[in-house]
Design a protein around this ligand. Structure first.
Ligand code: IVH
Length: 668
């Protein structure tokens, strides 16, 4: 077998196994075997760039290259559906259809209304060629690269009745489980949470980095096949065909021949949907026969042959007992409503988020008010309104946002353009100090065995720690006598701290709790700069030149390293022996291709960032110099290099080397 044939075979087999695993939930080989085949294919594809295929199973992992989305016009506009919350209007819809079709019998296809973001997929000759968002209905964003990472969307179709060219529409979803995980991670990083899986799915689909999209594990259900030459003459048949071709089509589809059947379907799914792994917000009724659909036609906005019935968001009325204010690790103050416990969507709700001062003001909240609590697609219940009719003459006290920190009394501040209030006393406010230490020891950061939030609280109360660095100065004699401690616990904690000295630099960086520097960003920064020292001395521009680092992160990193207190923290952690640089990359043997060379890097590059080039130079035995001199071996020049530098190089007779040429020099 030639390597070309092997590539073909591996691609076919991996498409098949992907389908079995993700769409059918019935894998027929082990994960190990799957990974082995995938790696083999990756190797072969790297060796044979001429056999590139945008739909290869290897494309599922996405790419780190960012790109702007191209706008694409929809061949058939993406209309929306008429919406109703009322069963009476469903009956009216039914009667309207009946009337328009004369007394001809008809069937309705009842389906779940998935609550994600809609997508239109175009297939030609069995291959996915384009994926476009709804946009304004007329044109949307081409998000094909991101969609290729969604494992339940086939890149290559199966079966013998696949039309040459057709479009299929559906909903891209973030399963509840993935959504919860993602929000937990975001909470840990104090990044804004996604309100619901719908926002999370559409936000993810618009990410510029398809590798990150791949990590978010989106799912998709398809519900509408259109185009010329599609096999069936009913909607239902076409969906069954689509399922055979490899698409994920919901099993919760039922053909209804009467209104009674429609209402049975609604009643059943209004309850059962809570067991589903993805969010749904109603049901959709579609006239099944395509001929009848054509007969019914469209209004300007939506088809006359379909309607969406939306489930009522679950809502409860209860009394507001009090409002408390919580201070987080970054000093952000969150108002929380304490409620008379009430049953909502199967759980007892006692607290609800009030978000910020503007929301409290907008609701004109008073203590004792009867308030509406809702749990729509959201995880955290929220207060959506006040029942004014329930207000008695003895109106409770008006809820006002506090002016001082509830923990340390410092006057709060509100930064321009931000909704939140902050306690600026980061050095002295207990929940901020404890929050930072808790973050430092957390599993994804330093992961220190034997230490948890309670222990941090205890040590703090005892006056033993005021910063993460203090942990490393603790002794068994200090710990063992404390309540709930003892020799064993003390030993375990000290051993945990000792072991944490080996935690890699990228996690130390994450543990510092720099605002907006989550796990992924910490990894990116660690790779780009290689050491704490270089990161600390990086300029704003250096930071911005790194792929994926924007102004917000760059500003926050600069502010962190400019703060004397943080400088002191980092210095102490360094003294205690924590990892302050990435594990040394294999040093260039025999000095490397650039041994003895002094290089100046300038301009903007397209293949790697400037910082990455500096690392490459060191890795290959060269030295980075900051300014041109007679000792400079060559100037590595990207785009937009200033004319002054060019002139100076020419004057000193220093060779100018371009990006590609440089990569050839070091053969990477
Ligand atoms: S059919 C012309 N079926 O709901 C009919 N839509 O406003 C095209 N949706 O934009 C839509 N589940 O994003 C259809 N089973 C389902 C659906 C569904 C969710 C979404 C879709 C559409 C919106 C309706």
């Amino acid at each position: 077998m030639t390597e070309q044939e092997e590539i073909g075979q591996l691609r076919t087999a991996l498409h098949e196994h992907n389908y079995k695993y993700y769409v059918l939930n019935a894998p027929s080989i082990s994960d190990y075997e799957f990974d082995r085949m995938m790696r083999r294919l990756q190797d072969l594809e790297q060796k044979h760039p001429e056999l590139y295929d945008a739909n290869s199973p290897t494309m599922r992992v996405g790419s780190d290259l960012s790109k702007e989305f191209k706008q694409v016009k929809h061949q058939y506009p993406m209309l929306s559906l008429g919406n109703t919350y009322s069963e009476t209007e469903v009956t009216e819809f039914y009667n309207r259809v009946q009337k328009a079709l004369g007394s001809e019998p008809f069937e309705l296809c009842a389906e779940l209304k998935f609550d994600g973001t809609s997508i239109s997929l175009l297939y030609e000759h069995r291959r996915l060629v384009q994926a476009v968002t709804r946009g304004d209905g007329v044109q949307g964003d081409d998000v094909t690269d991101n969609v290729r990472t969604i494992r339940t969307i086939p890149l290559q179709l199966r079966g013998d009745d696949v039309p040459d060219r057709f479009e299929i529409r559906g909903e891209i979803l973030m399963p509840w489980q993935v959504f919860d995980e993602l929000n937990r991670e975001r909470e840990a990083r104090e990044e804004p949470l996604f309100a619901n899986p719908r926002n999370a799915a559409s936000g993810t689909l618009k990410l510029q980095n398809s590798a990150e999209v791949a990590r978010r594990r989106l799912d998709a259900y398809l519900y509408y096949v259109l185009g010329e030459g599609i096999p069936g003459d009913s909607h239902y048949e076409n969906l069954q065909a689509a399922r055979r071709w490899g698409f994920k089509v919901s099993d919760a589809i039922r053909l209804c021949r009467s209104l009674r059947e429609v209402f049975e379907y609604i009643a059943y799914w209004d309850v059962q949907r809570k067991q589903l792994p993805v969010a749904t917000d109603g049901i959709v009724l579609k006239v099944n026969s395509l001929r009848q659909q054509t007969e019914l036609g469209y209004t300007a906005k939506s088809p006359r042959w379909a309607i969406a019935y939306k489930f009522q968001a679950e809502r409860a009325l209860t009394a507001l007992r009090s409002v408390s204010f919580q201070v987080g690790r970054t000093g952000a103050v969150t108002p929380v409503a304490n409620l008379e416990p009430v049953l909502l969507a199967g759980t007892v709700v006692k607290r609800a988020s009030l978000h910020n001062a503007d929301i409290i003001e907008g609701l004109d909240l008073h203590i004792g008010d009867q308030v509406y609590v809702e749990k729509g697609g959201e995880i955290i219940p929220k207060i959506t309104g006040v029942e004014l009719d329930a207000r008695s003459a003895s109106l409770g006290e008006k809820v006002r946002f506090i002016g001082n920190c509830p923990e340390c009394g410092t006057p709060l501040v509100r930064y321009e353009g931000e909704a939140a209030h902050y306690c600026p006393n980061d050095a002295g406010c207990p929940p901020q100090i404890k929050g930072r230490i808790e973050h430092f020891i957390s599993r994804k950061a330093m992961d220190i065995d034997g230490l948890g939030p309670e222990t941090v609280d205890l040590f703090y109360q005892e006056g033993l720690i005021r910063s993460a660095a203090d942990l490393y100065g603790l002794t068994a004699r200090q710990i063992a006598p404390l309540e709930r401690m003892g020799e064993k616990s003390a030993e375990r904690i000290l051993a945990g701290l000792e072991q944490s000295r080996a935690v890699p630099f990228e996690r130390v960086l994450f543990a510092l709790g720099i605002r907006f520097v989550g796990e992924t960003v910490a990894r990116t920064l660690a790779r780009a700069f290689g050491s704490m020292e270089r990161l600390a001395s990086a300029t704003y521009e250096d930071l911005l030149s790194i792929h994926e680092i924007g102004e917000r992160i760059a500003g926050s990193v600069r502010a962190f390293f400019a703060d004397p207190q943080e400088q002191a923290l980092v210095a102490r952690l360094r003294e205690y022996g924590l990892q302050m640089e990435t594990a040394a990359p294999e040093a260039a043997p025999g000095g490397g291709a650039l041994a003895g060379k002094s290089v100046v890097v300038s301009g903007v590059f397209s293949r790697h960032s400037r910082e990455e080039y500096k690392q490459l130079i060191e890795r290959h035995g060269g030295k980075n110099a900051t300014s041109l001199s007679s000792k400079t071996s060559f100037l590595l020049a990207g785009e937009n290099m200033g004319p002054a530098k060019k002139e100076k190089a020419a004057k000193l007779g220093i060779p100018i080397v371009g990006e590609e040429e440089f990569l050839q020099m070091i053969a990477e």
